[in-house]
Design a protein around this ligand. Structure first.
Ligand SMILES: Nc1ccn([C@@H]2O[C@H](COP(=O)(O)OP(=O)(O)OP(=O)(O)O)[C@@H](O)[C@H]2O)c(=O)n1
Ligand SMILES: C[C@](O)(CO)[C@H](O)COP(=O)(O)O
Length: 396
């Protein structure tokens, strides 16, 4: 199943008194960075189409470059005068073979990977699904002159959020129909409803607020402060580990680093696929948990590991950590290679590793360096990798 995302960030922030709310900092980090981080932490959402004001495309591209480095999974496209037109532009920027699309407001930075994934699951089952929370207050309809016309029954009322997820054909048909009829809605689900589709409500989060007016900022910061407090409490008891590995470069082998196939005239020799970076990361993770090393868990005398993808070994190590009650804090690694140039592959490696380990991209850092022609790496006889990792007991 192919899943893409459309994040709309092309509004005018008028109710924020014109201050561009997507770059407004909450606890020091821009609103849009929280939103993107949640999507990047989800397995296999690609591409993520970021819809931005027409005159800000280069501002966003520069910021993405600075903030994320190489970002091939994020496509930047321009928005329209209304949110609905921005979404449609975003949908049109997706490849046509997408099965499910997740539509989200850039201005809802408190979204979590779990909420996004729940939406994808509901959309693949029901075709159309929106995050929603039960209305807690009593709701009355006014007569237009600030007098009560009547009191509505709260039992069936839900407050609608994003993410809103759909089968791609359904939401394209719904948007196209709305355009033909000149209908403008305040969310995407209403377009699907009007096109005759049933829309499933799935549980949103009360803290998944939309940053709309200045008084939303302290509320969001308080909520983020609570999350930070929880993660600070959780950071007690961190353990760290380091890993190092070297493989020889030979002819007639594929070069696989960080789970990514890299075009090169040589590849690494080994019992497995010889992914030296993943081996160093595995050793760092095992080291942090005091669980020995890669050779102890996956001996090269065992034929079942012959040519195995090291990503499968990494997944097994992750399971091992999970069953020991550990969660990963972060990973940092350096690849030592004279050639090929690795810069274009760093982002795909980070995504690949983060998705196998269920981490956000910000928890995985990969660097590459040469040795300026010195030593075995400099002579292109081999490639080495160093890694460090931190882990902690979940809930400690
Ligand atoms: N023409 C528009 C209008 C809105 N949005 C996006 O839709 C989301 C929800 O819209 P809202 O909170 O209303 O944002 P703004 O339109 O920017 O706010 P305002 O109405 O105060 O100008 C935001 O992430 C906003 O950037 C968009 O992409 N294109
Ligand atoms: C889509 C939405 O976030 C669902 O609550 C909301 O309708 C957007 O509304 P706005 O008018 O763009 O603020």
């Amino acid at each position: 199943m192919k899943v893409g995302a459309v994040i709309v960030s092309a509004g005018k922030s008028q109710r924020m008194n014109g201050v561009d709310k997507q770059f407004l900092k909450l606890c020091g980090k821009p609103v849009i960075a929280y939103t993107l981080d949640a999507f990047l932490a989800c397995k296999d959402i690609t591409p993520i189409v970021l819809v931005v004001p027409d005159d800000s495309i280069s501002v966003y591209r520069d910021w993405l470059n600075k903030y994320y480095g190489f970002y091939e999974d994020i496509v930047v496209t321009s928005g329209g005068m209304e949110r609905q037109y921005s979404v449609l532009n975003g949908l049109r920027a997706l490849p046509e073979d997408i099965d499910i699309v997740v539509i989200h407001d850039g201005a809802r930075p408190m979204v979590t990977p779990k909420l996004i994934e729940n939406g994808i699951e509901a959309a693949s089952k029901f075709g159309a699904a929106v995050a929603a929370v039960r209305v807690k207050d009593t709701v009355k309809r006014s007569d237009g002159q600030h007098f009560v016309e009547r009191t509505l029954s709260r039992e069936t009322l839900w407050s609608i959020q994003t993410p809103q997820s759909f089968r791609y054909d359904i939401i394209m048909r719904a948007h196209t129909l709305a355009m033909e009829q000149g209908y403008l809605g305040t969310d995407d689900a209403v377009l699907a409803e009007r096109a005759g589709y049933r829309v499933k409500l799935f549980m949103g989060n009360y803290d998944n607020i939309k940053i709309t007016t200045p008084d939303d900022v302290p509320v969001a910061e308080a909520l983020l402060g609570q999350r930070h407090y929880e993660s600070h409490v959780d950071s007690v008891g961190y353990r760290s580990g380091m890993g190092y590995d070297v493989h020889r470069l030979v002819d007639d082998r594929p070069l696989i680093l960080g789970g990514v196939n890299i075009p090169f005239n040589k590849g690494l020799l080994g019992h497995s696929d010889a992914d030296v970076l993943i081996h160093a990361i595995i050793d760092a993770l095992l080291g942090a948990a005091a669980l020995g090393d890669i050779g102890r868990h996956f001996p090269d005398t065992d034929d079942s590991y012959k040519d195995i993808s090291s990503m499968r070994l990494l997944r097994q190590v992750n399971n091992l950590l999970e069953s020991g009650g550990y969660v990963i804090g972060n990973i940092d690694a350096t690849i030592i290679a004279e050639y090929p140039k690795l810069a274009p592959y760093i982002w795909p490696m980070r995504r690949c590793i983060a998705s196998v380990l269920g981490l956000s991209i910000g928890q995985v850092n990969i660097k590459a360096t040469t040795t300026e022609g010195l030593g075995f790496a400099g002579r292109q006889e081999g490639i080495a990798a160093y890694a460090v990792a931190s882990i902690r007991k979940a809930g400690e």
